[in-house]
Structure formats: structure tokens, C-alpha cells
Design a protein. Structure first.
Length: 160
């Protein structure tokens, strides 16, 4: 697989953060392309970390931070430790991504700017939208790196 390069932009702060986050998300999701559901749920680690859990965890983090914490809207998302395979498996995990991303983009579009504070009552100390997007970017990039290693162990595939 050819290595995809991150976007190079000369745009505003929020657009830059969203573009880099989208790039990292796509890099993560691409790690389950072309493998079996069993391979996507396989883990060589005592923690149980697997490709499906990583994708589900990142989507859960996006909903938790952008919807519950930033927008202040209650959700039923519960972030938890790695599991053997998330409910619905590979297809459900990948299918959830576009809707989750649309929600992230919608919340950013509704915000008055990067200084907007989280409306949720469980964020102490308070953080702003800039921090939330930067946190999601570092969290997604971290887990995309984990996915790189897992995919290479599965079938030798490397690249973003």
C-alpha cells in the first residue's frame, strides 16, 4: 500500500484540526480493509486491544467529547477497556464512522469559535473546543499507530 501523506493546508485553525483529524481517522479505519472479521478482532496482547476495539473506541471518544462534553447532550456511550470484539463486529464499527464524523463536523460548525467552552457539566477544569479537537487528534493518532502495528502483525501490510 502506498503511504498517504497528511494534508498540507493554509486554512483556519478549526479547519486544520478537522482535516488532520479526518486524515488520522481514515488511516485508522483503513486498517480493517481487506481482512476477515476474525483478523480484525484478533489480539496478540493481554489487554485484548484489537483493530475493531480501536475503531470503536475512537468513535466513542468523539461522541463522548463532542456531543456529551462539548455540546452538553446526554449520550449512551460508555468508554471502556478493550473487548474481544465490539457489538456488531467489523461492518458495524466501520459503518458507524461516517455518522460519527458528521456529528463532529456539525458540532464544530455550530460553535462560535475555538475558544467556546464545553457545555457538559463533567469537564473539570473547563476546556475549549480547540483543546477537545487537539485531544481527539492526539488520541486518534495514538490509536492509528497501534492499528499500524496490529495490521502489520496480521498480514504484513504497512502504510497509512
Amino acid at each position: 500500500m502506498a503511504d498517504r501523506k497528511p494534508p498540507r493546508l493554509a486554512v483556519g485553525e478549526l479547519d486544520t484540526l478537522l482535516a488532520l483529524l479526518a486524515y488520522q481517522r481514515q488511516s485508522l479505519v483503513s486498517k480493517v480493509e481487506g481482512i476477515t472479521p476474525e483478523q480484525a478482532a484478533w489480539s496478540p496482547l493481554p489487554s485484548g486491544t484489537n483493530l475493531l476495539w480501536l475503531i470503536t473506541h475512537v468513535a466513542d471518544a468523539e461522541v463522548s467529547w463532542m456531543v456529551r462534553r462539548f455540546a452538553g447532550v446526554p449520550t449512551d456511550v460508555v468508554e471502556g477497556p478493550p473487548a474481544a470484539a465490539p457489538a456488531g463486529g467489523q461492518i458495524a464499527a466501520v459503518a458507524r464512522e461516517p455518522a460519527t464524523w458528521d456529528e463532529v463536523v456539525a458540532q464544530v460548525a455550530m460553535a462560535p469559535g475555538p475558544e467556546a467552552l464545553c457545555a457538559g457539566d463533567d469537564v473539570r477544569p473547563p476546556v475549549n473546543l480547540r483543546w477537545v479537537l487537539a485531544h481527539l487528534l492526539e488520541e486518534t493518532a495514538r490509536h492509528a499507530g497501534h492499528a499500524d502495528i496490529l495490521r502489520e502483525l496480521i498480514d504484513g501490510r504497512v502504510g497509512r
